[in-house]
Write a protein that binds this ligand. Structure first.
Ligand code: ZN
Length: 324
């Protein structure tokens, strides 16, 4: 270690397809990383055993300040992963206590969206911004809100859920059981719902999507909507326009509460570029309070895909070590 101020920690991202762990430096970001298929982690003990081995390997040669974990349904305050959506783990798993016991390391946990926001805060487009929001537009919407340099978690740890701001009262049914959440329009699932509605109504451009494969292969269907929009298909363009309008409403409402200087966007919908970001910028500006207009930047994440959550998980450990 050449820089005496450099700290090292392990960051863990428990994703739907892969679980990844990285040795992360405060000075240079990811030093080394390993991954394992999430499908091989059927029981929590397998996840703990894998992380214990990785921690033993890296802690032989490096002084670590701790281990940070970002996971779906990870609860910062309780140190538990609770009914994770992409894993067959039953009920509540006390991951922090189990891993701390197995490794002797200080272990910190948060949900994956908050971890991604912390990754942007330390290493990415949130650097230098005390007030910003990170929005991941994937299958659903992941939201992390940073206020005064800290992740907004709220009294019960479930604050900052941007995807569940209601943007259309009485609108589409959401996985949370309510209607009209931003996630039901401005996510890959939302885009596909708009296109399916268009197919049922026989809207212009619907012919491109009226086949069995579109209805059954979720990932391929998402890609096809992106490609069709790039080629000018009117129904695909309408799906992006509706997503932009709804997300614009949600972000404008968020701005009136937290007044961020920046909103960082990441995920599949952002890849559509101006098809999505152009109308999003217009709807966002139109929805803002006059005092905020022209003051809040919408920017794409500058980190490589998947790095934000991994770096942010390590940042949880760095912050814990600093007493934050
Ligand atoms: Zn919802």
């Amino acid at each position: 270690m050449t820089d005496p101020k450099e700290l090292l920690a392990l960051g863990v991202d428990l994703g739907g397809t892969n679980a990844r762990v990285a040795l992360v430096s405060t000075a240079t970001g990811v030093v080394e990383s390993e991954r394992i298929a999430t499908s091989s982690l059927e029981r929590p003990a397998q996840f703990i055993d894998w992380l214990t081995r990785q921690t033993a390997t890296w802690s032989r040669d490096h002084q670590l300040v701790g281990v940070g974990i970002g996971a779906p349904n990870g609860h910062h305050g309780r140190g538990t992963i609770e009914n994770p959506p992409n894993l067959p783990w039953p009920g509540v798993t006390p991951v922090v206590a189990l891993l701390a016991e197995a490794t002797g390391q200080r272990v910190t946990l948060d949900n994956d969206a908050n971890a991604a926001a912390l990754g942007e805060a330390r290493f990415g487009a949130g650097l230098g911004h005390e007030h910003f929001a990170m929005v991941t537009l994937g299958t659903g919407i992941g939201g992390g809100v940073v206020v005064d340099g800290k992740v907004l978690r709220g009294a019960d740890g479930f604050g900052g859920e941007l995807g569940h701001l209601i943007v259309e009262p009485g609108g589409r049914l959401c996985g949370c059981g309510r209607r009209g959440c931003a996630e039901t329009y401005a996510s890959v699932r939302g885009l596909l719902a708009t296109v399916r509605e268009g197919v049922e109504r026989g809207e212009p451009g619907a012919d491109a999507f009226d086949d069995e494969a579109f209805r059954t292969d979720f990932e391929a269907a998402g890609r096809r909507v992106g490609e069709a929009a790039a080629a000018g298909n009117p129904l695909a363009l309408r799906a992006y326009a509706l997503a932009a309008e709804m997300l614009g409403r949600a972000l404008a409402d968020l701005a009136s509460i937290t007044a961020p200087s920046r909103v960082v966007l990441f995920g599949g919908l952002v890849l559509a570029g101006d098809t999505f970001l152009g109308p999003l910028q217009r709807h966002f500006e139109a929805g803002l309070l006059p005092c905020h207009r022209g003051q809040i930047e919408l920017v794409a994440s500058s980190l490589p895909p998947g790095h934000a959550a991994l770096l942010g998980a390590a940042e949880l450990a760095f912050r814990r070590a600093a007493g934050a």
